[in-house]
Design a protein around this ligand. Structure first.
Ligand code: SF4
Length: 196
């Protein structure tokens, strides 16, 4: 009996420090590994951001990456506007929309793309309540910073009003001569003005 008691008492003091020591080592290694992983993900995200020609800033939303997808598109029923930019960067209080375009890189951004980006800025301000003073249009060979000036936002509101007025009309004349635009258009099947 005495030897069994001594045996039990003798085993526990020797095993406990080793076990705690092992657990402590494992926790240290786990923390170290998680730290390295975190740094790797951060550097990788920065690398992707720089390779994409995007400015610095925390990516709070990325339409092309399900890990950052917004729950739903930005929608403002008062102005009848809905949209999802490709990225939203956070720079201080401001949220900066980024729209990525493929194909030809123009000398100057296309007006339609500028209005699209400005519309995202308007939605960020109205729906998320955060300032959006500018945005970025990313083409394959160049990135343009677009300031959301009062003049541009007034032009955007005028364009939206004209679009709403056209919705009421029976016959709206085509505003371009680009078959490629018609090929990619969602209204192509029902449009009597289509070029392709
Ligand atoms: S199909 Fe019709 S609505 Fe679509 S781009 Fe062509 S002309 Fe415009």
């Amino acid at each position: 009996m005495t030897s069994r008691v001594r045996f039990r008492i003798g085993i526990i003091p020797r095993a406990t420090p080793n076990r705690f020591g092992t657990i402590k080592k494992m926790l240290v290694w786990l923390g170290f590994t998680l730290l390295l992983l975190g740094m790797w993900f951060l550097l990788r995200a920065r690398g992707l951001q720089q390779r994409a020609g995007l400015p610095t800033g925390r990516v709070v939303y990325m339409d092309m990456d399900t890990a950052h997808t917004l729950a739903r598109p930005l929608y403002d029923p008062h102005i009848g506007l809905v949209g999802k930019p490709d990225y939203i960067l956070e720079q201080g209080e401001a949220l900066i929309p980024v729209e990525v375009k493929t194909g030809h890189t123009p000398q100057q951004p296309y007006p339609g793309h500028v209005y699209q980006l400005a519309a995202y800025g308007l939605l960020i301000q109205r729906v998320l309540g955060r300032p959006a003073p500018y945005g970025f249009l990313r083409y394959p060979q160049a990135t343009f910073r677009i300031e959301f000036t009062p003049r541009l936002m007034d032009e955007l509101l005028a364009v939206l009003a004209a679009l709403r007025a056209d919705e009421e009309r029976e016959d709206v004349p085509r505003s371009h001569n680009h078959p490629a635009r018609c090929r990619a258009c969602g209204f192509r099947e029902i449009c009597n003005q289509r070029l392709a």
